[in-house]
Design a protein around this ligand. Structure first.
Ligand code: ADP
Length: 255
């Protein structure tokens, strides 16, 4: 898979899964724009890529703010002249429970995860269309299909991302823009956090064996799925949702 000279925007590219996606595309020769609200993490990742001889640009971006998203797209076009790939990865979890959570918390999660995904796609799509096409990947979650107590805003935002992906794939298909989602399951991200925050969770044998694949997921599992869906080899795949969960969601659990 060749991504030489491709221009890729990764939202939430400072830490976690997004940080790994950034480095994976950079390793394949792409020019990667890191859009994150966390300046320290974003700059750290940009510098890391440059130290390895790669090409990267950090743009401070809150994906829930229209002004920031407009600025992100402007800076990318000014710097690199085009946008080939957009990975909508920025996301936040919900605090509290349905009994304690103020409505502002619902708005915050929906605004970042769902509205942010739509808004980044909306601002990027005209540039992709005018450049002959592109690929958008929206990072959803297995929480779109299976839930834990009190995850309503997060689960609803991720379910919304999958429906949004269907609609975008249809709207943008004839402009040669493919749109797919990826639903990660349990992904262990501690090694992809800013160095000062890295703390390893104690994973048990049982945690790993919950997965038919025999292990908890890694950010690389999601990043590699992104590479494939963005490649020419996936040129007939649009509107799809790829579950990357080691088989956990298809496993019957007896209680
Ligand atoms: P995950 O484990 O899913 O990778 P993380 O919390 O490690 O989640 O990473 C999410 C990334 O998204 C972080 O770098 C965070 O700073 C970024 N992020 C969170 N909110 C926003 C936002 N509103 N705009 C842009 N980036 C954001």
């Amino acid at each position: 898979m060749d991504f030489n000279d491709k221009v890729v925007i990764v939202t939430g590219g400072g830490q976690g899964i997004g940080r790994c996606i950034v480095q994976t595309f950079a390793d394949k020769g792409a020019k990667v724009v890191i859009a994150d609200i966390d300046d320290e993490a974003g700059i750290e990742n940009e510098e890391y890529i440059k130290s390895k001889g790669g090409d990267s640009l950090f743009v401070h971006t809150d994906v829930s703010l229209e002004e920031d998203v407009g600025n992100l797209v402007d800076k990318t076009i000014k710097t690199y002249g085009k946008i080939d790939i957009l990975i909508n990865n920025a996301g936040v979890g919900a605090r509290g429970t349905i009994y304690t959570r103020p409505m502002e918390e619902w708005d915050r999660v929906i605004n970042v995860n769902l509205r942010g995904t739509y808004m980044c796609s909306k601002y990027v799509a005209p540039h992709m269309r005018d450049n002959g096409g592109g690929v958008i990947i929206n990072i959803a979650s297995t929480r779109a299909f299976m839930s834990e107590p009190h995850t309503e805003p997060y689960s609803a935002s991720k379910g919304g991302i999958i429906a949004l992906t269907h609609s975008l794939a249809i709207s943008l298909g004839y402009d040669k823009i493919r749109v797919n989602s990826i639903s990660p399951g349990w992904i262990e991200v501690s090694e992809w956090k800013k160095s000062r925050e890295a703390k390893k969770p104690q994973l048990t044998e049982e945690d790993h064996l919950q997965h038919p694949a025999g292990r908890v997921g890694k950010p690389e599992d999601v990043a590699n799925a992104c590479l494939f869906l963005c490649s020419e080899e996936a040129s007939f795949i649009t509107g799809a949702n790829l579950i990357v969960d080691g088989g956990m969601t298809v496993k019957m659990i007896y209680v």
